[in-house]
Design a protein around this ligand. Sequence first.
Ligand SMILES: Nc1ncnc2c1ncn2[C@@H]1O[C@H](COP(=O)(O)OP(=O)(O)OP(=O)(O)O)[C@@H](O)[C@H]1O
Ligand SMILES: Cc1ncsc1CCO
Ligand SMILES: [Mg+2]
Length: 263
Amino acid sequence: MKIGLLDTLRAANPVVLNISNFVTVQDVANGINAIGASPIMSEEIAETREMVQISSAVALNLGAFSKPQVDHILAMGQAANELHKPLVIDPVAVGAIAYRKQVATDLMSQFQVDVIRGNAGEIAALADVEWQAKGIDAGSGNQDLVEIAKACAQKQHCVVILSGETDVITDGERVVKVHNGTPLFQLHVGSGDMLSSIVAAFCAVSDGDYFEAAQTACVVFAAIGELVAKELKEERPGTFSARLMDALHLTTVADIEKIAQFD
Ligand SMILES: Nc1ncnc2c1ncn2[C@@H]1O[C@H](COP(=O)(O)OP(=O)(O)OP(=O)(O)O)[C@@H](O)[C@H]1O
Ligand SMILES: Cc1ncsc1CCO
Ligand SMILES: [Mg+2]
């Protein structure tokens, strides 16, 4: 685990291109900006190649797409592959809506993603494992989370992050578990979206080691949230969200190293 990659990210300030969803676009842009990357969003297919060219990583969020946006997402994924830019996908609610799973799997058959970041309900759906997803939330199920994440990674030939109370990161063989975090993340819609784009920012500075980038992004984000939560006496989602932005900017590698918990 190279938590120092956070300093590399801040020094490089990589441009991260996002297709976001309209619900959380502002949080995603501000979140990756605060941590030290340079966000850019796109909603026009005609600018795809130029956009990917100027970017160091691409994050595709499937949170609220329409048919024209699916064409745009496809063009973006294919351009990222052609131009050798790391590609992250966030398959929002594919465990709850069959149509979304169909679209996500269709897309992933037409380009190669480097990292999939989703909650248990989403990753189980992509791994074809029985699970009760609940809308955008993880839902519930009995299967082993490590086995689900590994199955998904082997199926899609990429790194998978199954996030939740414990984040599971795997390339299909190797597994790292991150134990940091706070339940307050669940009171802020879009925490996962922010994490997915932060993963893309770490991939941009990882020299092609996306397994390492994914783990580091998970520890950094979860530990920063945990530090913010420790300062709150009550569950205050609004305050948490504002302070999370500040902490993404202010928290140092040393602060994170002090509380990082992974195995
Ligand atoms: N119960 C929990 N305890 C600690 N940390 C958590 C918990 N649940 C989620 N997290 C953390 O929240 C962050 C977002 O992950 P989560 O799995 O909630 O994404 P998500 O379900 O896609 O969220 P959203 O739909 O709001 O974007 C991760 O850093 C994860 O570690
Ligand atoms: C609430 C919601 N609905 C579609 S996307 C989204 C934000 C979380 O991804
Ligand atoms: Mg999500």
